[in-house]
Design a protein around this ligand. Structure first.
Ligand code: FAD
Ligand code: DLZ
Length: 506
């Protein structure tokens, strides 16, 4: 009897369900395959992160006495996809059965379901139990619910895990401390940079391979510093908890010119590859609160992102079904503007967010939502194109977490399954939350005219364009009231201004 245990690039956890049940002589199969690196043109840093983390994980398994069959991307026999490699490996090792953990997206789960036919041996697909809420639990919660409010889900998860609880009640008396968060950053404030890791020999070799094979993808490999081992990921977690968590809440929604990270943790790539587990990250933050090194508003805000948002979007992805990615509630059809791939733009907020993405394969939440996502939605970009860009651009992008955030939260393409209203905003919001507007070529105070900030006319034009679809949304009542207060000739000027700008994007 020889069991084959295929492990995917986002399953790099030693506590993975398939490893827990693997017989001692099982063959652990890891595969670098061209389809995964190219189903969207991933940022080269993202590919390097996955390949390097996979190679390190394989080394750790070998050091622990496991039999690992590792297929590198340059292996001349490499068929280029999971099914081909599983089939080859099953024959090579005369495997008698396969045990694998369910993939984190519909596309790869479909591939897993073909493995039994392709290999003619039994395939057991185990649940991925590295999350705090199982898919079944989420389905039971979501079923029959009119609204799937994240905050309701989060409270259940707080009670279930006991995180930040005082008996049955939230620690400090409130579930959510966001009213203490989201401050503006004082001028000259210095943020402590996150811990980064110089490439070792394995990573350096991977970087060379990725540069040669995928160097034409959008994004730079320079300055690669991601954690590629669990040891490094734990060090990055410790550094964040010790030095930066305390300020997490305060500037959570801020944007600062030239400042890529602020107090964000940068832990999503380690979480999404499996190098870190969500519970241990939340527990580390909770311990900092009890040790008195981080205040409750910061700790609660941080834990909510992981215990609340991360678990919630994962449940929603599986709940919504494989058609979710094709949804297009607002009927948007514009191709993704070239600026997302680095074409020049005079809008400083956009150029800052795109440039951070190009350099780091990362942008923080508010840049993703209120700059890049907001702009794409306001100009009417096809949500499927937007989604493919996010999937390609970010080191932490796996479809289960990317799609609800993009299709649902940022593009309102699911018609409100995830967000109760579109996250649409004009220049005033950007000005309030960032220091980008003052040095920008455009004037954030103007709606029309050659120097007017495009976000302003685009915002009103978006509301006007979708009035029939959106006017009955209670949460948009004030915005539509604002639109109706403009004199008809001002409305015309605003819409003409938007049309002129949109023509430049075509
Ligand atoms: P922090 O601000 O330090 O937050 C801590 C952790 O909370 C993150 O590491 C992440 O694991 C979790 N988290 C926070 N917000 C969310 C959220 N909305 N959904 C799920 N988890 C969350 N996150 C991804 O992991 N992968 C993606 O592909 C992704 N795409 C996004 C696309 C859009 C349009 C938007 C608006 C958000 C997206 N997010 C995504 C969520 C969030 O922006 C990132 O998790 C965060 O920026 C990662 O940086 P960080 O680790 O410094 O996060
Ligand atoms: C993101 C990624 C990349 C770029 N390459 C690989 C790969 O070659 N082999 C692999 O096992 N995983 C890779 N990944 C991560 C997978 O895309 C991820 O595991 C699936 O999307 C989960 O369904």
């Amino acid at each position: 009897m020889t069991t084959l245990i295929p492990i995917l690039g986002d399953q790099l956890s030693h506590s993975l369900a398939s490893l827990r049940v693997a017989p001692e002589n099982a063959i652990i199969l890891m595969m670098e395959v061209a389809t995964e690196a190219t189903y969207v043109p991933h940022h080269p840093q993202k590919i390097a992160l996955f390949f390097s983390a996979m190679r390190h994980f394989a080394e750790e398994l070998r050091a622990a006495g496991r039999r690992v069959d590792y297929i590198a991307i340059d292996d001349p026999e490499n068929t280029g996809d999971f099914s081909g490699e599983v089939t080859r490996a099953a024959a090579r090792h005369r495997a008698t059965n396969i045990i694998t953990v369910a993939a984190g997206e519909w596309r790869v789960q479909t591939s897993q379901q073909t493995w039994a036919d392709a290999t003619q041996i039994p395939v057991q697909i185990l649940d991925d139990d590295r999350f705090l809420c199982s898919i079944n639990q989420f389905m039971a919660w979501a079923k029959g619910r009119k609204r799937m409010i994240m905050e309701d889900f989060y409270r259940i998860m707080r009670r279930q895990t006991g995180l930040l609880m005082d008996g049955d009640q939230p620690l400090g008396g409130q579930w959510n401390y966001d009213q203490e968060n989201r401050k503006s950053v004082p001028k000259g404030h210095k943020f402590r940079p996150p811990l980064r890791f110089a490439p070792d020999a394995i990573t350096a070799e991977v970087i060379e391979t990725v540069a040669a094979r995928f160097g034409n993808h959008f994004g730079s490999l320079d300055g690669f510093g991601w954690a590629v081992t669990r040891e490094q990921a734990l060090a990055a977690l410790d550094d964040f908890i010790t030095h930066r968590l305390a300020g997490f809440g305060d500037y959570q929604d801020a944007m600062v010119t030239g400042e890529d990270v602020l107090n964000h943790s940068l832990l999503s790539p380690a979480l999404n590859t499996g190098l870190l587990l969500p519970l241990e990250v939340c527990q580390a933050a909770e311990a900092a609160y009890h040790a008195g090194t981080a205040p409750l508003n910061a700790v609660e805000g941080f834990i909510r992102q992981i215990l609340g948002w991360r678990e919630y979007v994962r449940g929603l992805y599986w709940f919504a079904g494989p058609d979710y990615m094709a949804r297009n509630h607002l009927g948007a059809t514009r191709p993704l503007p070239a600026l997302y791939w680095g074409a020049p733009t005079d809008m400083l907020c956009l150029s800052q967010a795109v440039d951070a993405t190009r350099r780091n394969a990362m942008a923080h939440h508010i840049q993703r939502l209120m700059i890049l996502g907001n702009f794409a939605m306001l100009v009417g970009t096809d949500p499927h194109e937007v989604s493919r860009w996010y999937l390609a651009a970010y080191a932490d992008a796996i479809e289960w977490v990317e799609a609800p955030n993009v299709i649902g939260m940022s593009q309102f393409a699911d018609g409100g399954l995830m967000a109760t209203k579109p996250y649409a905003a004009g220049g005033a919001y950007v000005n309030r939350m960032s220091d980008h507007c003052k040095p920008c070529k455009y004037d954030v105070k103007q709606r029309t005219g050659p120097n007017a900030c495009p976000f302003n006319s685009l915002y009103w034009d978006f509301l006007a364009r979708h009035e029939d679809t959106l006017k009955n949304n209670q949460r948009l009542w004030r915005m539509y009231d604002g639109w109706r207060r403009f004199a008809p000739d001002e409305q015309t000027r605003i819409r003409e201004q938007a049309a002129t700008f949109l023509a430049t994007l075509a």
